[in-house]
Design a protein around this ligand. Structure first.
Ligand code: SF4
Length: 117
């Protein structure tokens, strides 16, 4: 304890001003994925759903009848496996302020607009 106190005095106060100021270290945080609908095909979406270890991704029938990728941000651990599986269709979002008061807000539906080749 004393060691940490002395170290703190020597280095000055090390703290953060977040949320009043942007947190600089946020650039280095793993963040949930962002999807490119035009690069997502049903096959790619199926592969992503199989890859996701937490069940955050599922291919489901959308409101208009076609398949969509359902992304449950609340289940996502930002492991990055989906981005590694399909880097052309998935990138880290850079978003980490994800709190919500309603569970359903965390579930996104992403249209599959890509064409099979
Ligand atoms: S980052 Fe990991 S947990 Fe999140 S959706 Fe992708 S595979 Fe699933």
């Amino acid at each position: 304890m004393t060691l940490w106190f002395v170290r703190g005095l020597r280095r000055g106060v090390v703290t953060t001003r977040y949320p009043a100021r942007p947190e600089e270290s946020s650039a280095f945080l793993p963040t949930p994925p962002a999807f490119r609908p035009r690069a997502l095909t049903p096959v790619t979406a199926g592969r992503l759903a199989e890859t996701c270890p937490s069940g955050a991704l599922q291919v489901v029938t959308g409101e208009r009848g076609g398949d969509v990728l359902a992304f449950d941000v609340g289940r996502c651990t930002a492991c990055g496996r989906c981005a590694a599986e399909a880097p052309h269709a998935v990138t880290p979002s850079g978003a980490f302020e994800l709190a919500a008061t309603t569970r359903s807000v965390l579930i996104k539906t992403i249209p599959l607009r890509g064409e099979e080749r």
